[in-house]
Ligand binder design. Structure first.
Ligand SMILES: C[S@@+](CC[C@H](N)C(=O)[O-])C[C@H]1O[C@@H](n2cnc3c(N)ncnc32)[C@H](O)[C@@H]1O
Ligand code: SF4
Ligand code: SF4
Length: 330
């Protein structure tokens, strides 16, 4: 029986990054293509199909080696035969073709491109305009309209001039779900405008429970602004999540985590995430990212304390896998 491989992410995702379009999500550097001119958007799909076929034939591209999303199946016939009768459509679009931000988190994976410059006014992406590409993807019927999930990452959308037009074109075409990751420093009125039009998931990276720690991590003194905005967002019919990335030596302690959880309780936020800093160089030995022992206590504390307050304590599947293994290859 022939060994064949497949990846669900590859079949679904168009991840628009600054220099390339990737075929999977932000957590790794998977296969990609140079950003095409809008009229050539079909090239993105052609290349993706060739990777799907390659995996189906039992060959693994260099970028997919050791990836825990790769699945193996023994099958005599190709797994994806039916996919090539028609053009496969994208149902997950990730928007991160811009890196400008109105703060500069010390942990931020994207800062090597934005060179830690803080941008206060909306501007164009330094790389390319995404709107004409999305318009063309819709025109050429490459997007699965009914199933489309859009994730805004970046950079911070509060300083992207295309943010509102992009949201509008997705809404006009009946998007199923929009997820917006933001630092929460600037209130985004668009969120209230679309709250009743689709499922809206707003994920705010606050990484602290106090003004002093926020300032150390975000490098701007805007904690109070975030709190005011959270009080507005919590009233909307959206999924509001608060996020905390453990940054070694800054917020990786029980006291700050307690303040963070108590803050959510006070504002009425019922959904939260705890993450590790995946760009922490000090953890890396020979390319391996080692998890310190006390992190396991912090994760346990977080789960127990959230339970006490009826807050959903989310830990991503891939973070669980990293914790189970005790290390992570970058
Ligand atoms: C680069 S940010 C852009 C969106 C928005 N500015 C924000 O901070 O949420 C996208 C996501 O990547 C996460 N992120 C950035 N640097 C990270 C790191 N070193 N480790 C883990 N997650 C990171 C952020 O928390 C955020 O949820
Ligand atoms: S196998 Fe991994 S690296 Fe390859 S496309 Fe899938 S998620 Fe990306
Ligand atoms: S708010 Fe987001 S984009 Fe801005 S520096 Fe922090 S993690 Fe990076």
């Amino acid at each position: 029986m022939k060994k064949r491989y497949f990846c669900k992410r590859l079949n679904e995702t168009l991840n628009f990054d600054a220099l390339k379009v990737f075929y999977c999500c932000a957590t790794r550097t998977g296969p990609s293509i140079d950003v095409p001119e809008p009229k050539n958007v079909k090239d993105i799909i052609k290349k993706r199909n060739s990777i799907i076929k390659m995996l189906d034939k039992g060959k693994i591209p260099e970028e997919c080696k050791d990836c825990f999303d790769l699945r193996e199946k023994e099958n005599s016939k190709p797994l994806f035969l039916s996919y090539f009768d028609k053009m496969p459509k994208a149902n997950l679009i990730i928007v991160k073709h811009f890196k400008q931000c109105d703060c500069s988190c010390i942990y931020c994976c994207e800062q090597y491109l934005s060179k830690r410059k803080i941008v206060l006014k909306s501007k164009k992406s330094d790389y390319y305009d995404l709107f004409p590409i999305i318009e063309e993807l819709y025109k050429q019927d490459i997007i699965d309209k009914k199933e489309l999930d859009v994730h805004f990452q970046g950079g911070n959308v509060s300083v992207l001039d295309e943010f509102e037009p992009l949201v509008d074109i997705f809404i006009k075409n009946g998007v199923k779900r929009i997820e917006i990751a933001t630092n929460g420093i600037k209130y985004l009125p668009k969120i209230a405008q679309i709250a009743n039009k689709t499922f809206v998931d707003v994920n705010i990276s606050i990484d602290s429970g106090s003004r002093e720690t926020f300032k150390k991590i975000k490098t701007v003194d805007k904690f109070d602004d975030v709190i005011e905005n959270l009080k507005q967002y919590v009233k909307l019919p959206i999924l509001l999540r608060l996020k905390y990335i453990l940054v070694r030596g800054v917020n990786d302690n029980i006291e700050e985590l307690t303040k963070y959880i108590e803050l959510m309780h006070k504002i009425g936020i019922t959904n939260s995430e705890l993450m590790i800093d995946q760009c922490d160089n000090e953890f890396i030995s020979e390319g391996e990212f080692k998890i310190p022992d006390y992190y396991y206590d912090l994760f346990k504390f977080y789960k127990d304390k959230c339970k006490e307050y009826n807050i959903q304590a989310n830990i991503w599947e891939y973070i669980k896998e990293i914790l189970d293994k005790g290390s992570f290859f970058k």
